[in-house]
Design a protein around this ligand. Structure first.
Ligand code: P6P
Length: 337
């Protein structure tokens, strides 16, 4: 009797299963998430070859297929724009790579009720040292009327309005993790079948943790409350036993993913010469804040809940503190002093 492989749900099967639970759903969001998964699979192929670029030809050169080899973040951006433009669920996109929004403005796209913001390849400076990097995305329902092209105000919305948000981490394995209001689920790419398979159902961020993530190189540029909290992390044993440990990869997707799974706090504070910090509100802070809150964590700018911040533009920055609820509350007690 041959044993049949344990049946695991693929991303497609999972999103369709969710549709069966909500018969009134149009399926647009499920289609959109599958489109992002398709773009991620194509990006994954190129990211995995990154080390070979010198062999295959430098960026900007012409490869054996006669195509120009693009910088990976430009390639990733083009994959996401292309798949979403040719899908049936997205009216337009905003990208870390593009100054302005891209309005798809065709009959089908204009009828689509969603818009997507993304950082196509966050941490791409880590590629040439083979550190894990990622794609971060954020989905909103448009505010403008269906049938007309989407507009800038469809993109400038507070994070609390997000319908879905998530990331793909191109690491030792490639995972797509996304949240809707129903929960956070993680899918690991099975290269043998080329499908994302449900590997981490209903992810919850542990309420307490032992990991704190921050760039110590900027320590003396942080506010006093932040410095006092970091010093506290170095002194105290965590409630979960043992001293805190410092883990910082310098790739947001990798650092936040680890802390989501294991428990921990990630900080990119404002600094004396960059009071708003480095991370972008619309396509780095908001998606992770939404996902972490659905998973039971918290995310603030040090004063205000990230999801309550009213953005003024596509590319504004925000200080970012996020992770385990208990650790965030401990941080807040230091920031209030
Ligand atoms: P620093 C990568 O460039 C990035 O945008 C995030 O992925 C990462 O968390 C942060 O910058 C690291 O910045 O200043 O600590 O190198």
């Amino acid at each position: 009797m041959t044993t049949i492989n344990r049946q695991v749900l693929t991303l497609d099967e999972f999103t369709i299963q969710q549709l069966r639970i909500f018969p009134r759903a149009t399926g647009e969001l499920s289609n959109l998430l599958r489109d992002i998964g398709l773009a991620a699979k194509r990006i994954n192929v190129e990211v995995n070859k990154a080390g070979l670029v010198d062999i295959l030809g430098d960026y900007g050169s012409i490869n054996v297929q006669g195509e120009e080899v693009k910088k990976l973040d430009v390639f990733a951006n083009n994959q996401l724009v292309g798949v979403l433009r040719h899908g049936i669920s997205c009216a337009g996109v905003g990208s870390e790579e593009l100054d302005e929004i891209v309005v798809f403005n065709d009959v089908v796209s204009n009828q689509s009720k969603y818009i997507v913001l993304f950082d196509p390849l966050d941490g791409s400076s880590n590629i040439d040292v083979n550190v894990s990097i990622g794609t971060i995305f954020s989905v909103y329902r448009r505010k403008s009327e269906l049938g007309a092209p989407c507009r800038k105000e469809d993109f400038i919305q507070a994070g609390i309005n997000q319908v879905a948000a998530g990331y793909i981490i191109y690491g030792s394995s490639t995972m797509m993790v996304y949240a809707t209001r129903r929960g956070v689920n993680g899918f690991t790419l099975d290269p043998s079948i080329g499908e994302f398979c449900l590997s981490h159902p209903d992810i919850k961020c542990p309420e307490l943790g032992k990991i704190y993530s921050v760039n110590h190189g900027n320590f003396f540029q942080y506010d006093e409350g932040v410095r006092n909290y970091i010093t506290n992390c170095q002194k105290k044993t965590s409630e979960t036993g043992g001293p805190y440990t410092q883990r910082y990869i310098g790739s947001m997707v990798s650092d936040v993913h680890r802390n989501l799974i294991k428990g921990g706090i990630f900080m990119y504070p404002g600094m004396s010469d960059m009071p708003e910090g480095k991370l972008r509100l619309m396509y780095e802070c908001n998606p992770f804040a939404f996902l972490l809150e659905v998973a039971g964590g918290k995310a603030t700018n040090g004063k205000t809940r990230i999801l309550d911040l009213e953005p003024a533009g596509l590319h504004e920055r925000s200080p970012f503190f996020a992770g385990s609820k208990g650790m965030m509350e401990e941080l807040e007690s230091f920031l209030k002093k």
